[in-house]
Design a protein around this ligand. Sequence first.
Ligand code: XIL
Length: 390
Amino acid sequence: MRLTLPSRKTNIKLFAAALALLSTNMIACKSSMEEDLAPANQQEATASNSQMATYASSTVNFVPNETLKSSFNIPIGIAIVKERLDDPIYGSMVAREFNSLSSESDMKFGGMHPEKDKWTFTKADAIVAFAQKNNMRVHGHTLIWAKDSVQPAWIKNFQGDTAAWDNLLKTHIQTVLARYKGKIVSWDVINEPVADNGALVDNIWLRKLGEDYIYKAFKYAQEADPSVKLFINDYGQEFGGKKMTTLLGLVTKARAQGIRIDGFGFQAHTVMRIDPVKFYNNFKRTADAGLLVHLSELDISVRYQQGDTFALTTEIANQQAATWKGIVKAYLTAVPKAQQFGITTWGASDKDSFFNKGYKNADHDYPLLFDNNYNPKPAYKGMIEAGKGL
Ligand code: XIL
């Protein structure tokens, strides 16, 4: 049985309504995004009665021979966790719908290099093997994360002079790139290096090596595998501002030293009320700087003004679909085809979303394309429509 989706006209109306809603809510969109993503107990539960009709009654079904990846002519990716691949339902869905893989955490510094002389490649290897078996691209995430709290203990405790820290950076990057040469085609070399105010994020690598840690990381990666595409990955570029200026400045400074930064990953952990025009403008700015653009961690929180638990209503699911479609369309129109590195969503099922981690209830938010049973949501349909130019 196939359930009828809202017509295109209805979708346009919904999109227009969402945009109208956005325009009345434009004040401090950024701070409201932070509010959206804050733990629920900091918010008031204000779900209206009209939102009480649950989305469950309007499940979107798969269409035979139509998938996410078949609806686009660029790579369509998903971030996975190795253990989930052991679930055959999950594994077959990933292989059917996507042709690019990122890893949520298995390729991070601590995941692969938990002690100075200890390397743990088992999970990363399994992800690469799964990708090879299913003709999927692998994007590496991430070599260096500019955040103290995510460093493995041995890095936090390491004692050494500048040369020793430099050697540590080089060894990590070159060991990983050598192992996956020809298998992982691209890497987020640095993750989240710039704060919202445009300053470089204070983290152990900056303190030990200065701003040079960024250029050195790219240089070492480039030396290890000249063919690999190298990215800075960050969040919030859609708001432009000082953060974007600094990020683009890093590229200019790298180029002046003959160091290549190939592209920006826009994480796009975003909210339903975001205006896709913000994405459009900053995708364009990035593309105009000659960079590849990866929509690298897309998901859309819907929990603004909701309580600790709430059902996903048809209304919210459709609004989320409109925003999803709007962002993907913005990407496809702002970025020239040759610079479209791909679109990656940060997980598959709402139940697995990292947005739901650390909160009281596992069904706390509904940020992804598939529901808890891996049924496609309206956002899935919205993404397919964007890919088909509908
Ligand atoms: C998150 C993972 O999804 C979680 O499973 C993990 O516990 C913490 O990291 N930006 C990033 C990602 O670049 O690496 C983060 O992934 C989500 C935010």
